[in-house]
Design a protein around this ligand. Sequence first.
Ligand code: WTA
Length: 652
Amino acid sequence: MATNPSGQIDSVLTEVRKFEPPAEFSSKAWVKSLAEHQALCKRADDDPEAFWAECARNLDWFKPFDKVLEWKFPFAKWFVGGSLNASYNCLDRHLKGGRRNKAAIIWEGEPGDSRVLTYQMLADEVGRAANALRELGVQEGDRVAIYMPLVPEAAIAMLACARIGAVHSVVFGGFSAEALADRINDAEAKVCITADAGWRRGAHVELKNNVDEALKRCSTIQKVVVLKRVGNKVSMRSGRDVWWDELVARQSPKCPPAQLDSEHMLYTLYTSGTTGKPKGVVHTIGGYLTHTLMTMKWVFDLKEEDTFWCTADIGWVTGHSYTVYGPLAAGATAVMYEGAPNFPHEDRFWRIIEKYGVTIFYTAPTAIRTFIKWGDSWVKDRDLSSLRLLGTVGEPINPEAWIWYRRVIGGDRCPIVDTWWQTETGGIMIAPVPGAIATKPGSATRPLPGVAAEVVTHDGKSVAANQGGLLVIKRPWPGMLRTVFRDPERYRQQYFSQIDGVYFTGDGARRDEDGYFWIMGRVDDVVNVSGHRLGTMEVESALVSHTSVAEAAVVGRPDEMKGQGVVAFVTLEGGRNGNDQLKQELRAHVVKEIGALARPDEIRFTDALPKTRSGKIMRRLLRQIASGDQTLGDTTTLEDLSVLAKLRDDEE
Ligand code: WTA
């Protein structure tokens, strides 16, 4: 993808294959035809507030809302005056009927251990954990950091926070101690819930050690709750650290749910943007839960008997919305798997699908490309006939991977829902409603009912069919982020200032002649590595914090497996020369500062970075160089990139 000087984006992808929804699938689906879908969308567009109010009534409210939306641009409040509790909606309300003994979570650990928690069992555990948090002094509005492996207790901890009105801030277990400390400090978390370690490819992920390291820089944490997961030796600081088992087991399972305002904060989740510092995206209860619940029905066509597996870690928004809140609010059975897809062998996912009879499977394109590389032989002996629907999320999926997914995993029978959304949107925004919308490989198809997505130019004008542009959302929606934690100005700046009057997603897109959306990736300084969002500025500040580095510029380049790879151009202090050893050191330094997901694929030393006369780094030029753009000729030997810059100075 390339941005041309007028800010339009040239789209090069053309794909003509189209797959109608299977008749059998449509006949049983919640939304059975294109006509029904259109009617739903029309109703939503004619009267969005009435439409969303009706959706919100699928939740259980302690007190009904009196106003659907209060929109003071760019700040929204949904379901004003209503009160509810997210954990009540995910648990208690299912206990009254036939779901009491239905499996809520089917969990499998990497070593092969497994647990099933029924709704009743999960409710009791959440009650105990909530009482434990209360005992530790956690109150409504307090922040709780959760830094855990993908074990049931991670979901229990989230729901326990929700139960008492505390705000969870889950930090992905792959982030480093440094990154954890930054997030704890920004949120001013009072308690941290962690585990001794987690399992990854048979090795330990040293979570508790990382917490100890992080807390050297944090002053707000009063207590650390430690789950014993792998049994490694960890140090427990007396007065601060408590074992989960000792604390939680002795609590009463009964903990009355706090009756919370619809706009009470449910969680904050840190995500990368265009500055060096990740931002805390804020979601509140009523709108977020409405959105995640409705998309379980629209996009995943969820039925009572489904077994739903979203492979995302709870450290990402996908795990929040589609492992925990969406499925549980809908009363579904959710599968959770702790470990790596290739442990002990490359067929682990297919064995899990076979073993539990998974019916809906939701994963990332980068995983699919990896499965393709591993080969069909890992799939062919497994019985995947329970599957009826497949999904993808996190990055654009290349049509060939889509076709492989359909053929090899879906047996040419399962529709594929390619779902576009973001941490900020809370839930899925653009995706096929599988019984109604024909799919095209590589397209997320159409916006969901009530979602006013459009492709526009920099000055907000709609672009013609098949022209690239910027993806915006023109009307508020219930699941939208409410603000950036303690930084409303950054919220306004980041999302509502670049294009007049609308929410700017940061993505480029085009809409084809059928109104289908084709997402073309980020147009800002955010890269998407293996479906993980990473700010190039974050990696730059990590590099610059190394004593040898004077200046760094980081860009993404296309990567066949990971979607994008990270390339760093680095100038050294005092005109030093770089060598391989220093490259290794810098890569390790980035891992220490952020985590393995940010490790640069390539480091290139240069005497100077190419800059415009006004001193701006010419990132587009660097992107071209990093991706080996032919038109630039051979730049690999050009040590002083500023020479190249001089030739192209007027471009950016
Ligand atoms: C990208 C993940 C193309 C996009 C839920 C977005 C996608 C960013 C898709 C958000 C998709 C997500 N097709 N691109 N189906 N889904 N993206 O916040 O660039 O981790 O802006 O949320 O991922 O990433 P985030």
